[in-house]
Design a protein around this ligand. Structure first.
Ligand SMILES: [Ca+2]
Ligand SMILES: [Ca+2]
Length: 329
C-alpha cells in the first residue's frame, strides 16, 4: 500500500511471502515510496507469512500524516530477519491492540516485533512462544514503544504487563484454555466490539460478576457454541455447546442485531426486537442439539446464533461467541 486509506476486517493473510532480497511486509507492506496513508486492520489472521528482511506479516513505514491500527488480529508462524510478525520502520503512530503474536521466527532480532524508529502503542496483546536466533520477542532500536496490559515472554516494563504462559487451548490457534492466567486481566478501560472470531468483548470469563477484557486476540467465553452441517432450509444442523461445568446454557437464533450490552453478561448479538427462535432451552453444559431449519427459510437469509450461560451459585454468566451464516440453496 502506497498512500490512501485502507480498512480491512475479517480478512485472512495466509502464506504470503516476500522473497526478494531486502523485501519487507510479507502480508502487508504499508508505506512504500514514503506514502503510508491511514490503515485499520481488525479481526484478521496473518499466518505463515514471511519476508526476507523486516516484518514477516506487516511492515509499516509511517510519516507525519499517517496512522496504522492492528486490532484483534492473530499472527502465527510468521518469519523474517527482523520482526517475524510486525515491523515499524519509522514515524507511526502504530497501534497494536488485542493481538496475539506467537510461533514467529526471526533470524536477527524481534521474534515477534521489531521497531527501527517511530512510535508504537501496544496493549492487551500476547507475545509468547516465538523463537529463532532473535534474543527476545520485542526489539526496540530507537523511538518510543509504550507497552501496557500485555503478556510478553521474558517481561517488559509497563502498567499491567505480565510474563505468564498464556495456556492456549490448542497448538494451532489463539483460543485461551479455561485455566489461562490471561482471562480478565486486560485493560479495564477496553470494552465493546468483537474479538478475532466474533466473540463479544468484554466477557466475565472467571464468573465473578465483573466484566473485563482478556489479553490476546480471543476473548475467553465460559460458554462456546460450534455448528456442523450445511445450513439449508429443511436440513438438520448440529449445535454443540461447551464450557464451564455447572453452567446452564440456552441457545437462540435470529436476525443479526446491532449488539445489546447487558452487564455483567456481555453483548447479545441476535436482534432482540425481531422474532427469536429457541434452539435449546437452559441445559447443563456440555450438550448438543440437532434442529431442523424451517423449510420456508429463503436462501440468502442471514442468521445469528448465540448462547447465554449462567451459574446458580452467584448468577454470574456470559453470552457466547457468535455463529453467523447465510441460508444455503
Ligand atoms: Ca470477571
Ligand atoms: Ca474477559
Amino acid at each position: 500500500m502506497s498512500g490512501g486509506q485502507l480498512t480491512a476486517r475479517d480478512c485472512s493473510f495466509l502464506g504470503c511471502i516476500a522473497t526478494l532480497s531486502g523485501a519487507t511486509g510479507g502480508g502487508l507492506l504499508i508505506g512504500s515510496n514514503n506514502q503510508p496513508g491511514v490503515v485499520l486492520v481488525e479481526r484478521s489472521r496473518f499466518e505463515d507469512c514471511s519476508s526476507s528482511y523486516a516484518g514477516g506479516a506487516v511492515d509499516y513505514n509511517g510519516n507525519a500524516a499517517s496512522s496504522c491500527v492492528l486490532r484483534d488480529c492473530s499472527f502465527l508462524r510468521n518469519t523474517a530477519s527482523r520482526g517475524a510478525s510486525v515491523a515499524l520502520g519509522g514515524f507511526g503512530p502504530l497501534t497494536i491492540e488485542g493481538c496475539t503474536l506467537s510461533k514467529g521466527n526471526a533470524s536477527h532480532s524481534g521474534s515477534a516485533y521489531y521497531q527501527l524508529d517511530g512510535t508504537c502503542t501496544m496493549s492487551n496483546s500476547i507475545l509468547w512462544g516465538n523463537g529463532g536466533a532473535a534474543p527476545s520477542d520485542l526489539a526496540l532500536v530507537s523511538g518510543t514503544l509504550n507497552v501496557s496490559y500485555c503478556d510478553i515472554e521474558g517481561g517488559w516494563p509497563g502498567a499491567g504487563n505480565v510474563d505468564l504462559d498464556p495456556l492456549f487451548a490448542s497448538a494451532t490457534n489463539t483460543l485461551l484454555a479455561s485455566n489461562s492466567p490471561l482471562i480478565d486481566i486486560g485493560d479495564p478501560a477496553v470494552s465493546g466490539g468483537l474479538d478475532l472470531t466474533g466473540t463479544p468483548r468484554a466477557l466475565d470469563g472467571n464468573l465473578d460478576l465483573v466484566q473485563r477484557t482478556d489479553i490476546g486476540a480471543q476473548e475467553f467465553a465460559p460458554v462456546r457454541i460450534a455448528m456442523t452441517g450445511v445450513p439449508s432450509a429443511g436440513q438438520v444442523v448440529q449445535f454443540a455447546a461447551t464450557g464451564t461445568p455447572g453452567l446452564l446454557a440456552r441457545i437462540v437464533a435470529g436476525a443479526p442485531g446491532a449488539g445489546l450490552t447487558i452487564p455483567p453478561y456481555g453483548t447479545l448479538l441476535v436482534d432482540p426486537f425481531l422474532p427469536m427462535a429457541a434452539v435449546a432451552p437452559f441445559t447443563l453444559l456440555p450438550y448438543s442439539v440437532s434442529p431442523t431449519l424451517p423449510p420456508t427459510l429463503p436462501v440468502g437469509t442471514v442468521l445469528t446464533v448465540q448462547a447465554f450461560g449462567i451459574q446458580f451459585s452467584n448468577a454470574a454468566g456470559a453470552f457466547s461467541n457468535r455463529i453467523q451464516f447465510e441460508v444455503q440453496p
